[in-house]
Structures are given as C-alpha cells and as structure tokens.
Design a binder for this molecule. Structure first.
Ligand code: FES
Ligand code: FE
Length: 410
C-alpha cells in the first residue's frame, strides 16, 4: 500500500469526536501530503500590513519546506514571491524581516527589483533573456491589518471572507494601524496540535491564568449563545451601529464573532483596563467585547477596542510549527505616552509561551506507545471537533474520497 492509501485508510477509519490516530500527528510522509493537500491550496495568514510600511520592507513566511517573500514595492503595492532564486534555486532572503532596495541573491548576485523582475545577471551568455527569469509570484490578499498568501495556481475565493470580516472591523481602521510588537515562538509540535489547542478554552482556566482574568474561558453548548453577557453586548453594539453576531461554524473554513469579556473588563489585559489610552481608529467609548476570528488553519485573532492581536500558526515540519504574534495599536498611539509595551503584550505573550509548553507536552504524549485516540468533550471542545472534521474532509477530498478510492482499487 502506498503512503497516500495508508493515509486515506486512517482518515476513513477515524472515529468522529475522537482525537486523530497517532501517525497523523507525527509521520513525515503524511506531513508532506498535508502541505500539498492543504497548505498549497488554502489562503494562509502571512503577516501584517504594518510590518512593511515602506518600499523595500519585506518579511518571509515559512510553509513546510517552502519560503515566501512578501515585499512592498516602490509604488506601495504589496507583492509576494517564492523566496527562491531563478538561477540555481538559492533561498534569497533568510531574515524574518528587513528592508532592501533590490532583492539580491547572495550566491551569484542575480538582482531582482521589488516587482520581481530580474535586472542583473552578470556573466551570463549573450543571448540570455532576463525577462524569462522573474521571481515566481504568489497570490496575495489583505483583510484589515492582515496579509494572506496562496500558493495555488488558481486560488479559492477570498472575497466572501473578506466582505464578511470588513463590517466587524470598519471602525477599528486596522489597515492604518501601527505594529507595536511581534514575536515568533517555535513550537515542537505538529501543526494540528497547535490549531486544536487554539480552538478550545477548556485548558484556559488552569493553563492561562493571565488570559482568564479578562477572557471568558467557559465554552458551553449552545455556543456562543450560552455565554454570559452576550445578549447585552449585542444590544450595546446594535445601539452603537457596530457589527456583531456570529458568522457561522468553523467548518466553512473561518468564523467571525463578537464575544463578551468578563464582567467589568473592557480589554484583554491583566486588569481588564485598556492598555492603550488611544482607541483604535474610530471605535467609540464603551464596552464592545472582543471580535474573535479564525481563518483555518493558520490564524486566530482577537480585536478589542484598544488593540488587535493576530496569531499566525505555520507548519514547519511533522513535529515543528511556528507560532507568531502581532500586536496592532492605533496609528497615532505612542509607546511610553499612550501605552506601556510590557503591559500591552503581557497577556498574549504569556499565553503563547504557555500554549507552546502545552502543545509540546501534548506532542510528546501523542508520540508515546500508550497513545490512543481520546474523546473530545462535546460540551467544551466543539471548536476542535469542527476543525478536525474540516481537516479530515479536506484531506479525504484531496486523496480522492472514499468512493473514488474504492473504484481505483477495485
Ligand atoms: Fe541565485 Fe545563483 S543561485 S544567483
Ligand atoms: Fe491556549
């Protein structure tokens, strides 16, 4: 049996409402298939607009064995390319981010402009045609402060998600926001364990004492209607003309919702008091909870009145992921005057590190001989159930679906 058939068989045989079979969390061959079946087809959260405010600013995005280069060109347009030289394939930019006037490959100095055109290739033969060796472009989209890339030749539709998100964020004006802080946390865990961990707050009361101060950590069914304070929050939003409600289940690939914070809290901070005195954009004064959204499988986000927190989750290897955090504040907010950086980042910084430790411990246990798929709570872990169902459906479709597989082997 080849590895595709082995993976298909495991997916077909998995038990709904249970964690996945061990090999799906650590097998290098399965990981490679997931990169092709999911990460080369989905829109991926790559970074934020505020990371690259000036022409020549760039950042790199690792996706399994691949690297994507996102750069702002001289006209102000944001572009994305495969971070691979068209000469002999060297990686162009190794840094996580930086600024360049042109993109120069360090190997033999082929030089590309910021639109990806090859401008200089010294020592090549006379009839060498530079125009045939531009950098390979990657599709790019923005939504609020966030940048998404897609490695597919023919990317899936992004417009419905973008249009659904836009009214929630209208008054926050995140596209003009300033990057207050960025952090990258390598995690020794499979990307699905990272996503699973992000889709429940079952672990929050004990795992995230700082987050639990302002964030409601009890997710009961029916969700989110059972959340205390939801009705009152939605009424306040309606009165202020702000978008609220729930965009729908995660099995559509994304979910956007406005959720209440703990009583008396107006931001996700250690004391529930906004960390930034200047609210984002045109957000009115008041308690409008948090806008929570996730775009499967690479991002989750929380937007309160004074800042946005974007989390990026990328697959690096079968047991290696990269968790990155971005804090966006109002464009005119000044550190030291309008906010104290340590206070602003405290909750999510601690939460990221706690999640890393939880995920790595989860991976070690899953790798152990005693691991057997275990039951998710259908009360508190339905977000994880939805993600795992989404994953199995994506992979099953990619591998041909049970019916087609039967026909193929018949
Ligand atoms: Fe880039 Fe040779 S591999 S210049
Ligand atoms: Fe967590």
């Amino acid at each position: 049996m080849n590895v595709h058939s082995e993976m298909a068989e495991l997916l077909d045989g998995r038990q709904k409402f249970f964690t996945l079979p061990q090999r799906l969390y650590n097998d290098p061959a399965f990981f490679a298939i997931e990169i092709d079946g999911i990460f080369k087809r989905r829109w991926l959260f790559a970074g934020v607009v505020a990371q690259i405010p000036k022409p020549g600013d760039f950042f790199t995005v690792p996706v399994g064995p691949s690297s994507i280069l996102v750069v702002r060109d001289r006209s102000g347009e944001i572009r994305a390319f495969h971070n691979t030289c068209r000469h002999r394939g060297s990686t162009l930019c190794e840094a996580e981010q930086g600024r360049v006037s042109s993109i120069v490959c360090p190997y033999h100095l082929w030089t590309y402009d910021l639109t990806g055109k090859l401008r200089s290739a010294k020592g090549m033969h006379d009839d060498f045609d530079r125009s045939e060796y531009s950098l390979l472009p990657v599709h790019i989209e923005t939504a609020g402060s966030t940048i998404y890339v897609c490695l597919a030749d023919d990317p899936p539709d992004f417009s419905v998600f973008k249009a659904t998100l836009a009214p929630y964020l209208a008054s926050h004006e995140l596209e003009k926001g300033k990057l207050a802080h960025i952090v990258h946390v390598p995690v020794a865990g499979n990307w699905k364990l990272v996503v699973e961990n992000s889709r429940e707050c079952f672990h929050c009361p004990t795992g995230h004492p700082e987050l639990a101060r302002s964030f409601i950590t009890v997710y009961r069914q029916p969700y989110p209607q059972s959340m205390k304070g939801l009705e009152a929050l939605w009424q306040r939003c309606a009165a202020a003309g702000m978008t609220y409600g729930d965009s729908g289940r995660q099995d559509s690939g994304y979910r956007i919702e406005r959720l209440p914070l703990r009583p008396g809290c107006r931001s996700i901070t250690m004391d529930g008091i906004p960390a930034v005195t200047r609210r984002l954009g045109q957000v009115p004064d008041g308690d409008f909870g948090t806008i929570a959204w996730s775009y499967t499988p690479t991002s989750f986000n929380q937007v309160v009145s004074d800042y946005a927190f974007h989390a990026r989750m990328l697959p690096i290897g079968p047991e290696q992921s990269l968790l990155s955090g971005y804090w966006i504040v109002d464009a005119d907010a000044v550190e030291g005057r309008d906010y104290n950086l340590a206070n602003l980042i405290k909750v999510w910084d601690e939460t990221n590190l706690q999640d890393r430790d939880l995920i790595e411990r989860n991976q070690r246990g899953v790798n152990s001989a005693g691991y057997r798929p275990g039951p998710y709570s259908q009360e508190s872990e339905m977000g994880v159930v939805n993600f795992v169902d989404w994953y199995c459906e994506m992979m099953s479709k990619y591998l041909g679906g049970p019916e087609r597989r039967v026909l193929r082997t018949a």
